[in-house]
Design a binder for this molecule. Sequence first.
Ligand code: FES
Length: 260
Amino acid sequence: MSLSNMKLKVTVWRQAGPNAQGAFKDYDLDNISPEMSFLEMLDTLNEQLNDRGEEPIAFDHDCREGICGSCGVMIDGVPHGPERGTATCQLHMRKFQSGAHIKIEPFRASSFPINKDLSVDRSAFDRIIESGGYISAPTGTAPDANLIPIPKGVADVSMDAAQCIGCGACVAACPNGAAQLFTSAKIQHLNLMPQGQAERWDRTINMVDTMENFFGSCTNHGECEAACPKEISIDFIALMNRDFVKAQLKQRRLAGQVFP
Ligand code: FES
């Protein structure tokens, strides 16, 4: 079935650089296929801007398959747009009506400064990951599968956490600009597994401390879970908070007598 092309008006945030004054600018499009992805719609707009000798719109992207976490814009005020559990690169134009007016702006958070137009600097996430350090897994040849028994429920929950692609939608959605959902997913996918136990408590303290240097505090709005393209559960925040409290207690002098 071929679907006829759509007409759109898009209002896009344009900002020449990190310290430049930004402003919204309107563009009309009349050749958008409903089968295009949202990023392909921006590609089409950029081709037209190039043809007119205008500066194309900068936006972040890489895999365009919902894997890498590079993409992400606010679409009508919602991180990644109207489809739940969908990254910007996976969103299709058939989700919009022909004639729609779509507002597109970068993720808004003081910890994600704007590089240019829709592109933001998410390196504060890298600082959190760096502070987590490495796991001391023995190297050498690959161990046999199932050498370390892991209950299926634990493996499943760990894999759920490992789905986080680090796009930053959770931060952009949070009224406090908090990064608890991202940090808790990155902590828990290791903390839940036997291989992650050696550095569990140091990892938790270091990553939470680093997070608090860059991001706001969680006050349980739950907007992060709603915006997450991987639908990461806010239960991971509770697990992180449990580990953080326990990690602090373990630093006390009597801890060796009360913790196994
Ligand atoms: S471009 Fe990789 S997740 Fe969207």
